[in-house]
Design a protein around this ligand. Structure first.
Ligand code: G3P
Ligand code: MG
Length: 240
């Protein structure tokens, strides 16, 4: 079972900050999920379009300049990290799932991924790009097919995991509200990994283990790593 630290060690520390990512790694997480929005050519590691919930600022990200965003407190004195800073800091020490929430220029994203591989110590197999926007994933697959894709869904589609297979995805990342044995079996039949978000309760960890999912996104990764000790995936790559 792969434990993926959801927005870092979000249960204990401010989400999507370098502090939360470091803490997740120190606690034994081998994979981290983060969210990005593109604004003025920069990728900002933040979940919401608005800064209100996670910082001491107000308004949409797009109202702010680079310096303005960097002056905001994202919790415990942390700053909103850029994707570049984050990849440079993580430096291949864990697998990373970059969830695309806002995207203007896909070529710029590919440049960031290339930099991660060529300069920051990541192997291509450590990077996984996900989104609920499957059009972005299709475009990424067209221009840079070497990167692994994860098709996110909060639904149980009529065609089950067919949409993910059609995208050429590596995994289907499914909401815990809709996961069931039929989805898991269908993903496996199609050669897709299946990861489930967001799973914070032990009862659900047990149930999903029985169902045979490949990984879980968790806000308390240290607890989940401890729970699955012995069968936690030890690699820092997305498993084959
Ligand atoms: O990638 C899994 C999960 O993060 C998707 O939902 O809203 O937490 O980004 P959200
Ligand atoms: Mg996310």
């Amino acid at each position: 079972m792969l434990v993926i630290a959801h927005r870092g060690a979000r249960g204990e520390l401010p989400e999507n900050t370098l502090l939360a990512f470091e803490s997740a790694i120190e606690g034994g997480a081998r994979a981290i999920e983060l969210d990005i929005h593109q604004h003025q050519g920069e990728f900002w590691v933040i979940h919401d379009k608005w800064v209100n919930r996670t910082t001491d600022g107000n308004g949409p990200l797009t109202w702010h300049s680079y310096d303005g965003l960097k002056s905001l407190d994202a919790g415990k004195g942390e700053r909103i990290p850029t994707l570049d800073e984050t990849l440079k800091t993580l430096a291949g020490r864990c697998a990373v799932n970059i969830e695309l929430k806002g995207l203007d220029d896909i070529n710029s994203l590919v440049e960031h991924l290339e930099l991660a591989v060529n300069e920051y110590g990541f192997a291509e197999g450590q990077l996984l790009i996900s989104s609920f926007n499957h059009h972005w994933l299709a475009e990424l697959h067209r221009i840079a097919p070497q990167y692994k894709l994860a098709a996110l869904t909060a639904n149980k589609p009529i065609g089950l995991c067919q949409f993910a297979q059609e995208l050429g995805a590596y995994s289907v990342n499914v909401d815990i509200d809709v996961i069931d044995g039929q989805m898991v079996d269908d993903a496996k039949k199609r050669g897709l990994k299946i990861f489930v978000y967001t799973v914070n309760r032990e009862e659900d960890w047990k149930r999903l283990q029985t169902l045979g999912v490949d990984g879980i996104f968790c806000d308390k990764p240290v607890d989940a790593v401890r729970y699955f000790s012995g069968i936690t995936d030890q690699t820092r790559h997305w498993p084959n």
